[in-house]
Design a protein around this ligand. Sequence first.
Ligand code: FAD
Length: 279
Amino acid sequence: MIPPIASRFVAGESPATAFDHVRQTNEDGVKVILNLLGEHYAERGPADDDADAYVDVVRDIGATDLDACVSVKPSQLGIDVGDDLFRENFRRVVAAGDEHGVFVWCDMEDHETTDVTLDAFEEFAREYDGGVGLCVQANLRRTREDLDRIVDVPGKIRLVKGAYDEPESIAYTDKADVNEAYREDLEFLFKERDDGIGVGSHDPKMVSLAAELSAEHGADYEVQMLMGVREDEQRRLAAEGVEVWQYAPYGDKWVSYFYRRLRERKENALFALRAIAGV
Ligand code: FAD
């Protein structure tokens, strides 16, 4: 069972607890992107198992009136074993999403997977009529060119700053440069697209910029934030009429995800210490 301190960031271990979380979050007007925890499988078995689990969850979401979708990770669907395995498993989840009317996102991992992930997104988004979304990372120097390539592809694009430590030769490593790239990429998306723009950031400056750009260009967008991070703001934005999606991980592989959340921000670590100390 997940201890209470981790349950701020993780929606339980089972699909049932994840669905309870979706129901409660939807009551606040916030929609939910479910992510089954798991990554970097070195063998086919667990990658196939996670794809099966996503197919089941997509079917179960489709049978409810919940506002929910899923987001998969390439390395959880087998990209470390082989590109073909990733494509095969990703296609299975996307086909299930198409059958049951459930949107399927794909997270972006480190730069060695970028080309294969982009190719798969482009192919499936066209084939399945926009039922697929892709995350792109503003810290990668290549991203502006990638956006040029996919900006007219149906589906959605989630822009994030980028969570992976990448070499300076291919990525902006200074925070100010990443923020500048994020702003430029967001402006490009709002100029070029009418909809399907996901603002994956907790940064108030980027959320405000998205609102300004939407007012200027008339494009529809959604804000995406993580479970356990700025949830008051998620509810406030939703109450204001902004489409807000909360990315909520679930599953039994929660330990490393939880520690990543603690490491990335002092306030999160203090929250955990306070919970342990009971204050
Ligand atoms: P930061 O640059 O970390 O912070 C900027 C400001 O935001 C802070 O000064 C503060 O005002 C506010 N803020 C940030 N965090 C908090 C907090 N915990 N509490 C209060 N205020 C805070 N990365 C990938 O590489 N691939 C992915 O597929 C991917 N998917 C993601 C999906 C979603 C929905 C989200 C939200 C992020 C995803 N990320 C992904 C992570 C992303 O790349 C960033 O590492 C992460 O979001 C931190 O950047 P930021 O824009 O939120 O804000």
